[in-house]
Write a protein that binds this ligand. Sequence first.
Ligand SMILES: C[S@@+](CC[C@H](N)C(=O)[O-])C[C@H]1O[C@@H](n2cnc3c(N)ncnc32)[C@H](O)[C@@H]1O
Length: 273
Amino acid sequence: MNEAVQFHSQIASGWESNYASDVFSVRMKVLSELLADRDLAGQKWLDAGCGTGTLARFLAERKGCKVLGVDASEEMISRCAPAANTKFRQIRDICETGLADETFDGVLCSSTLEYVPDPLAALRELRRVLRPNGLLLVSVPNAHPIARWPVLAIYRLTKHFGRRRWFEYLDHSKHCFSKSRFRALLDSCGFRADAMRTWGGVHGPSPILGHGTLLMFRAVAVDGYEFSGSFPISYGVGTSIHCDRQGLSEAGSSFSTSKLDCAKAPRTRTDGI
Ligand SMILES: C[S@@+](CC[C@H](N)C(=O)[O-])C[C@H]1O[C@@H](n2cnc3c(N)ncnc32)[C@H](O)[C@@H]1O
């Protein structure tokens, strides 16, 4: 078990309660928006790095999917509340799920790739288990300086404050991505991104500082894709900033929030892609 999984095992008992706050429940709002026009009833979905299964249950309850949630942390899996049309299973690593090729109509991977030593290998594995034209929803930390610097500054300033310091997860979150680099990474793994949302910040989903700390991409598994070799562009490693000009031209717009999504209406943004 790697250190990131150990870290999550230690915080597993409190993970589900995170979703009582807007900071986390906004993930369901973002999912709802990106899946609003999709009829997923009866579809088989994988939640890769499912934690305590909140989003897997959301997909089953709200979208009618049959969902398998997998996670490397036994403690997380043991805390997954049972629900209709969901199953949960511990795996060794999302880079080697042991699942059959082209098993799923859709894959969700929320806030997990940044903890995996090799996100490229993980994306390749998720592409392998997804059927051609299946859907991937994947969220990653945003490397854009305006999003990243406030978080990093507070993390570094409070790093020596002991156990209850801010953004402790950054000890283990090793990757962040600019929009264009993550799109390129998706391309190289046989996905075509067709929508994206940004949300989050230092103060929560409607941030005071660090606008858009998280990115969620919706991408389609390209039919006929064959992996061609190594990824040509280096991607974000550690807490360094990887940004590009394209990342600066963000066209923001807010979205309506239904009762389904969450009590308040944290802001998310959408970008042309
Ligand atoms: C930040 S939590 C996200 C949980 C859930 N997806 C959510 O959004 O609520 C990251 C999860 O990824 C899992 N994880 C980290 N590295 C992993 C790996 N290599 N293979 C499988 N799961 C991993 C952790 O155990 C943890 O449950």
